[in-house]
Write a protein that binds this ligand. Structure first.
Ligand SMILES: *Cc1c(COP(=O)(O)O)cnc(C)c1O
Length: 359
């Protein structure tokens, strides 16, 4: 093998070598000989992690005043429930755009709490496009509109931000921090950290404080935005390790030059892989060209009987976790921030090689 191993896992995903080096050190000696997983979440060292992580994230995303940064356990799925609990207020319904399996799951969870109006649904075309906003059936009484800017399984990504009269909620689990965004376009942004930020165990929520509504129902403390704001996301023992590593990742991103640099790299990596797919009759990506994800690239081989050989040979070449999601099969390459351009190049070199032998 002429290159390091590359891990294209959709999540939990690869982290930068420099970050993992610091993590290894912190497991030997984080502070005064104590390791990171053994420090008190009420101590000064952890308080510093809390403050710096919030400041660095605010800096990276240029988060304006009026927004709160919160860290929850329960992943993005926990937020599927927390969002209606905290945002519904007296409203009885919410609008959802359904563009893939993740928004479908968000819809199902919200249905536990309210009437869900699915404003557009691309399931009939197997989730291969982003529906134009002109076609959406919006409800002006909705408490908020929820959408998924990047569908991790189907590889469908919005290139634009919906413009609606109600608060806008975005599940950015798989594309947060992949490019600069205008935070004030949104009222709530959330993300499970295990794709583009850190080890599994947390979700980040960036919420405009004035969209949080008194609830008709009691809200469990660990999902209660107001209580979490009051306690600096430490109503109970937080996911100390996940939080610590996420903080290191924020610093790494700043050191790379921030999100403008990441956006250029992410565009380049995706272009390399899509160009290889489109130049071949052997590989195929089903997503409408202008809705293609920069982060997650699903593709199929001309003959699905070759799938297992493809995965096997890839692994022998040090290219890991290229199998598509179990719900749709095929292949998928995830190219988050921590994936270097050389990783995209190594993948297409392997793909061309495989096609020459088996195509
Ligand atoms: C992975 C993912 C989720 C689920 O995240 P969990 O943290 O496992 O609950 C939700 N939405 C999107 C877009 C995802 O990629």
């Amino acid at each position: 093998m002429s290159h390091p191993i590359y891990n294209y896992c959709a999540g939990p995903a690869v982290l930068p070598q420099e970050v993992m080096e610091q993590v290894r050190h912190s497991l030997k000696d984080f502070h005064n000989g104590l390791v990171i997983t053994e420090i008190s979440h009420r101590g000064a060292e952890f308080m510093q992690i809390v403050e710096e992580s919030k400041a660095d994230l605010a800096d990276l995303l240029n988060i304006p005043a009026g927004y709160q940064i919160l860290f929850f356990q329960g992943g993005a799925t926990g937020q599927f429930a927390a969002i209606p609990m905290n945002l519904l207020g007296e409203a009885r319904s919410a609008d959802y755009v359904q563009t893939g399996v993740w928004s479908e799951k968000a819809v199902e969870e919200a249905q536990l709490f309210c009437d869900v109006n699915v404003v557009a649904n691309t399931k009939a075309n197997r989730y291969t496009s982003v529906p134009h906003q002109a076609s959406w059936q919006l409800n002006k009484d909705a408490a908020y509109l929820h959408y998924t800017p990047n569908e991790t399984i189907h590889g469908v990504e919005f290139t634009w931000v919906p413009k609606v009269e109600v608060p806008l909620v975005a599940d950015m689990s798989s594309n947060i921090l992949s490019q600069p965004i205008n935070v004030s376009d949104y009222d709530l942004i959330y993300a499970g950290v295990q794709k583009n930020i850190g080890p599994a165990g947390m979700a980040v929520v960036i919420v405009k404080e004035d969209v949080i509504k008194p609830s008709r129902y009691p809200i469990p403390t660990i999902f209660n935005y107001r209580k979490m704001i009051a306690e600096d996301s430490c109503c109970n023992t937080p996911a100390v390790f996940s939080w610590y590593v996420s903080g290191l990742m924020f610093k790494w991103l700043k050191a790379q030059g921030g999100l403008t640099v990441m956006a250029e790299q992410n565009r380049l990596k995706a272009d390399i892989v899509y160009a290889a797919i489109d130049a071949s009759d052997f590989y195929h990506n089903p997503v409408e060209t202008h809705s293609r994800s920069r982060m997650n690239i699903p593709f199929t081989l001309a003959d699905p009987k070759l799938d297992s050989a493809f995965l096997q040979k890839a692994q022998e070449q040090g290219l890991f976790n290229l199998a598509g999601h179990r719900s749709i099969g095929g292949m998928r390459a995830s190219l988050y921030n921590a994936m270097p351009v050389a990783g995209a190049q190594a993948l297409v070199d392997f793909m061309r090689d495989f096609e020459r032998h088996y195509g």
